[in-house]
Design a protein around this ligand. Structure first.
Ligand SMILES: NC(=O)c1ccc[n+]([C@@H]2O[C@H](COP(=O)([O-])OP(=O)(O)OC[C@H]3O[C@@H](n4cnc5c(N)ncnc54)[C@H](OP(=O)(O)O)[C@@H]3O)[C@@H](O)[C@H]2O)c1
Length: 253
């Protein structure tokens, strides 16, 4: 359950090797979260995070092998995690795949759609069902400002995140009377290994800024939070620019 300040006691993170998710986990532990379930493709790479969480006061850190593209297993994996714990108070859907930057050329178009959209939906449906069953919970999902308007270069990632963002807001509406909340987190450009080698966009931030947005979202009643908050205004302007101007501004980016 959550403490009186809205801090979740038990946290599940899917894509726990993510740099943003790592910072969120440590921030949550520093603020009083006590039990963590870390799901990732490589659970061996979670040693350091597990140690940091324990040092920050976590009483248990469980690890689960998870690959978002393993669609046949995802529902069972999520159901088993909920069955193994008294409750999951916060689930963070952090995994994602960007096909520009250092990884450009190594990642297929289908993988981008599969991981960012299909994979996310495949875990969020059983997650929602389980949270309705327990009568409470928050699903925080890492969307992106890219969901607001695609550029030619990021069309795969942006469209998959737009699908995820739209699905998440709809899921939040569907669960509004069931005690379950969906919190959409929309970061701008964040300096992590995902954006390595890319020219930073205006208002770029580091992972703690995304953790701040999450913490504010957990304590308030908002359904969407932005990191940093001013990117909301920037994207509102960009979203409404005429196509010709938008193409000129974003050409080569
Ligand atoms: N960095 C940014 O500028 C930015 C901006 C907006 C939104 N976001 C979103 O924030 C989230 C975290 O990104 P990040 O910046 O922290 O990047 P990151 O460190 O590269 O994290 C990406 C995570 O996704 C995981 N992942 C990729 N494919 C997967 C799969 N098939 N199954 C399971 N996990 C998979 C990675 O696992 P491995 O460690 O095994 O590769 C890693 O944990 C992502 O959803 C991203 O789209 C990032």
């Amino acid at each position: 359950m959550n403490d009186p300040f809205g801090i979740p006691e038990t946290v599940l993170i899917l894509g726990a090797t993510s740099e943003i998710a790592t910072d969120m986990a440590v921030t949550l532990a520093n603020n009083g979260s006590r039990h963590f379930v870390l799901a990732a493709r490589s659970i061996e790479r979670l040693d350091d995070l597990a140690r940091r969480l324990t040092d920050a006061g976590a009483r248990s850190v469980d690890r689960v092998a998870f690959d978002a593209t393993d669609l046949d297993s995802n529902q069972g994996t999520v159901r088993q995690i909920f069955a193994d714990h008294a409750s999951i108070d916060l689930a963070i859907v952090a995994f994602g795949l960007l096909d520009t930057g250092v990884s450009a050329g190594e990642i297929s178009a289908v993988d981008v759609a599969m991981v960012n959209y299909v994979g996310a939906v495949s875990v969020m449906e059983p997650m929602a069902e389980a949270m309705v069953g327990q009568g409470h919970g928050v699903i925080a999902v890492l969307s992106s400002v890219a969901a607001e308007r695609p550029r030619g270069s990021n069309r795969l990632y942006a469209s998959a995140k737009a699908g995820l963002d739209s699905y998440s807001r709809g899921l939040g509406d569907a669960l509004a009377d069931d005690g379950v909340r969906v919190l959409v987190v929309r970061p701008g450009f964040v300096h992590t290994r995902m954006t390595e080698g890319l020219e930073p966009a205006p208002l770029s931030v580091h992972p703690p800024a995304v953790s701040d947005a999450l913490m504010k979202g957990l304590t308030g009643r908002r359904t969407v939070v932005w990191a940093p908050p001013p990117v909301r205004l920037l994207m509102s302007v960009l979203r409404h620019l005429p196509t010709g101007i938008y193409r000129r501004i974003t050409a080569g980016r």
